[in-house]
Design a protein around this ligand. Structure first.
Ligand code: MN
Length: 192
């Protein structure tokens, strides 16, 4: 079975003015779609891997044949990260729940870390095996799954995620993004 681009749970303009419609459209229909296409291309000759979930593939990259390991890491990671990212957001003013205090306690540090990532990557709040929350970053499309961590929140700080509207003002994008966090969804990940 091939991996598929998931439908956005809202329209491209639903996150305005925090995240603009053009950015959302390009981000989802071009960037994310390309990750899915290239992941499927990489897996074409390995039908046994096509039965695994994206989480299973990324949690055990060592079991992926070396010839496609980098492709699965990059494009599979891109598919997983973006699939989560769309769900972590919801339109401002929609029923998206109350902010989780344990997450808000990390917000200032999270913003600082997110603003400081050099180049392309992600910043996460992750839960470890003993349910402790902490902040981590991953370069490129690497995922917390690859190091055994469970993400409860993730922010894309690749320039493609904000450049049309915010240009070089990444800190403004980061602050605006908190306005569209889907707290109900995040709480679900916190409590699982
Ligand atoms: Mn992205």
């Amino acid at each position: 079975m091939k991996f598929e681009l998931p439908k956005l749970p809202y329209s491209y303009d639903a996150l305005e003015p925090f995240i603009d419609a053009k950015t959302m459209e390009i981000h989802h229909s071009k960037h994310h779609n390309t990750y899915v296409t290239k992941l499927n291309e990489a897996l074409e000759k390995f039908p046994e891997l096509q039965n695994k979930t994206i989480e299973e593939l990324l949690m055990d990259l060592d079991s992926v044949p070396e010839i496609i390991r980098t492709a699965v890491r990059n494009h599979g990671g891109g598919h997983y990260n973006h699939s989560l990212f769309w769900q972590v957001m919801a339109p401002f003013g929609s029923a998206r729940g109350k902010p989780a205090p344990e997450i808000l306690a990390l917000k200032e540090e999270f913003n600082k870390v997110a603003a400081g990532i050099f180049g392309s990557g992600w910043v996460w709040i992750i839960k470890d095996a003993t349910d402790n929350l902490s902040i981590m970053t991953t370069p490129n499309q690497d995922t917390p799954l690859a190091s055994g961590k469970k993400p409860v929140l993730g922010l894309d700080v690749w320039e493609h995620a904000y450049y049309l509207k915010y240009q070089n003002r990444r800190p403004e994008y980061i602050e605006a993004w908190w306005g569209v966090v889907n707290w109900d969804f995040v709480r679900g990940l916190l409590n699982r």
